[in-house]
Design a protein around this ligand. Structure first.
Ligand code: F6P
Length: 581
């Protein structure tokens, strides 16, 4: 792997992005002048003009009139082919979008991130998930200290622990081998690990099963433990803060569940490990900090699947597999950092997204992997995208005058085809789609009579892209002899935008590349939208209110001091009534 050489030059003007010791309330930052608001740029105005005509672009004509279109509007890197030619853009749109990224300072912002500047302005923190996959020997500094050796120290401890569990050297309290690993975590401490475990099942050690408990709903814990043997079960309590209500409640329940069988407090040391940035809380919970794997406040929860939060991933695919995964992330980091924007996959995916969202008014994006192993990918990307860029104010606190994160959703193909594709083809709202597939299957399922399943799968994906782009005209429907009154029902409008990511083969390395591609896509979009992609204040209010309501559901009748609106009061009363309280 090539060594990382992050840009070290400090930003020219900004006080705001300098790394300083964190304080409870950071001083109000000054936004660097290069971080322009998108709608003040020349490119934005040009794109507004282009959108007037291109929103009614006819993709049939566009392809017929430009034989080089598919080639011109596609890019290749690291075994990933991105075809974005079936979007309502032409080469001039692409030029204007690239100019927009430049005018919004994406390049400078990228340099600031790679240099460890505190670009998470509202929390005064560096944003350095790229350091989690930096090769040994490289240097990335936060507050003057190189963080890479610390990253590799944790990786080495994780690898030692992984080897011990997989080889059977690490045993449970009663001497039995660990067969079930249950990760307790939520949000970024769950979605990445679940997604990766499912995605990399074919590379995993099948004698150990990983399960994931996230929901505070006791159904989750109950179902994941009902057939597990406490003597053979290891819990990983994963929480960046180690204060998240769901995770701490589930962890306490897990402790009680284990000890009910093992009947000895000292068993906790053999059946519980923690992944966190908060050693004090880990110790308070009763987990020996020798069994804790740390990470750092410069890793956002939703950017943490390649930190120690990925311990269950490493246990599943082994330390070498995990190193491959990290290698894939790093490959994409280097591509993002060095490739010209016109050939840069994260830039291209981001710019198409900005075009669809801000200029064509698309409100959602469907991520549609034609790969069953990636069945949790869209759930993972939902947090990555929507928690990062679901913001309504700019870095300086003024309202965004443009749209930010779309709704991200999706399911694997071909299942989705038999559920919601109807709306994508013929509904009233256009839904841009990302199709993702691998040319090489990981299995040989199929027979002479059925044909290879994989070919049928890929044919379906290509057919969907074709149908969405080119549709079926009323004349074509009529020519099939369809009754006149049925023609509108059977007509497909076409001109529905899609990207196709055709990748070589799913592997830990390829998964790392794909995830880093989306991480950097989100970064580029957040830079253009001038929002802080790295905080999540929007999740706080609900957490506080829930804490207030809990005693009102459980405490003595009429003792509640809290006042709510009429609706909430009456729902609380109804719930209490139904529970006989
Ligand atoms: O509530 C949102 C959030 O803070 C996410 O950003 C985070 O991934 C999740 O909760 C879990 O947080 P933690 O890892 O600290 O338990």
């Amino acid at each position: 792997m090539p060594a990382t050489k992050p840009q070290r030059k400090p930003l020219p003007t900004s006080k705001s992005t300098r790394t300083v010791a964190p304080t409870a309330t950071p001083a109000q930052p000054t936004i660097p002048a290069w971080h322009a608001a998108p709608d003040t740029t020349k490119a934005w105005k040009r794109l507004m003009t282009l959108a007037k005509t291109q929103r009614s672009m006819d993709l049939r004509k566009a392809f017929a009139g430009d034989r080089g279109r598919a080639k011109a509007l596609s890019a290749d890197a690291l075994g990933i082919h991105l075809d974005y030619s079936k979007n309502l853009i032409d080469r001039s749109t692409l030029d204007a979008l690239l100019a927009l990224a430049e005018e919004c300072g994406v390049r400078k912002h990228t340099k600031a991130m790679f240099a460890g500047e505190a670009i998470n302005l509202t929390e005064n923190r560096a944003v350095l998930h790229i350091a989690l996959r930096a090769p040994k020997g490289s240097s990335i500094k936060v507050d003057g200290a190189n963080v890479v050796p610390g990253v590799h120290e944790v990786l080495t401890r994780m690898a030692r622990f992984t080897d011990a569990v997989r080889s059977g050297a690490w045993r449970g309290h009663t001497g039995k081998r660990i067969k079930t690993i249950i990760n307790i975590g939520i949000g970024g401490s769950d979605l990445g690990p679940v997604m990766a475990y499912e995605a990399l099942k074919d590379f995993s050690e099948r004698s150990i099963e990983c399960r994931y408990v996230s929901n505070i709903d006791g159904e989750d814990f109950y179902e994941k433990t009902r057939d597990a043997n406490p003597e053979e079960t290891l819990f990983i309590v994963s929480s960046k803060t180690f204060t998240t209500m769901e995770t701490m409640t589930n962890a306490q329940t897990a402790r009680a569940w284990s000890l009910a069988r093992l009947k000895d407090e000292s068993a906790v040391a053999k059946h519980f490990v923690a992944v966190s940035t908060n050693a004090t809380e880990v110790a308070k919970f009763g987990i020996d900090t020798a069994n804790m794997f740390g990470f750092w406040d410069w890793v956002g929860g939703r950017y943490s699947m390649d930190s120690a939060i990925g311990l269950s991933t490493m246990l599943a695919i082994g330390s070498e597999g995990f190193a491959e995964l990290l290698g894939g992330f790093h490959d994409m980091d280097e591509h993002f950092r060095t490739a010209p924007p016109r050939k840069n996959l994260p830039y291209l995916l981001a710019l198409i997204g900005v075009w669809n969202r801000d200029f064509l008014g698309c409100e959602t994006v469907a991520v549609l992997p034609y790969c069953q192993y990636l069945h949790r990918l869209s759930a993972y990307l939902q947090q990555l995208d929507m928690e990062s860029n679901g913001k309504r104010v700019q870095l300086d606190g003024t309202p965004c005058r443009w749209q930010t994160s779309p709704v991200i959703w999706g399911e694997p193909g071909t299942n989705g085809q038999h559920a919601f594709y109807q709306m994508i083809h013929q509904g009233t709202s256009p839904v841009p789609c990302d199709f993702i597939a691998f040319a090489q299957p990981l299995h040989g399922v199929g027979s002479k009579s059925t044909g290879e399943h994989h070919d049928i799968l890929i044919a379906n994906m290509l057919a969907q892209g074709e149908a969405l782009a080119f549709g079926k005209t009323a004349a074509e429907v009529r020519a099939e002899g369809t009754a006149a009154w049925l023609v509108p029902h059977r007509t497909f409008p076409g001109n529905r935008p899609t990207n196709t990511l055709l990748c070589e083969k799913l592997s830990p390395r390829m998964l790392g590349r794909i995830i880093a591609l989306y991480e950097h896509k989100v970064f580029v979009q957040g830079s253009i939208w001038r929002v802080n992609s790295f905080d999540q204040w929007g999740v706080e209010l609900g957490k506080v209110l829930a804490k207030r309501i809990i005693p009102e559901l459980t405490g003595p009748r009429g003792k509640s001091a809290a006042k709510h609106d009429g609706s909430t009061e009456s729902l609380i009363a109804r719930y209490r009534g139904l529970r006989g309280r």
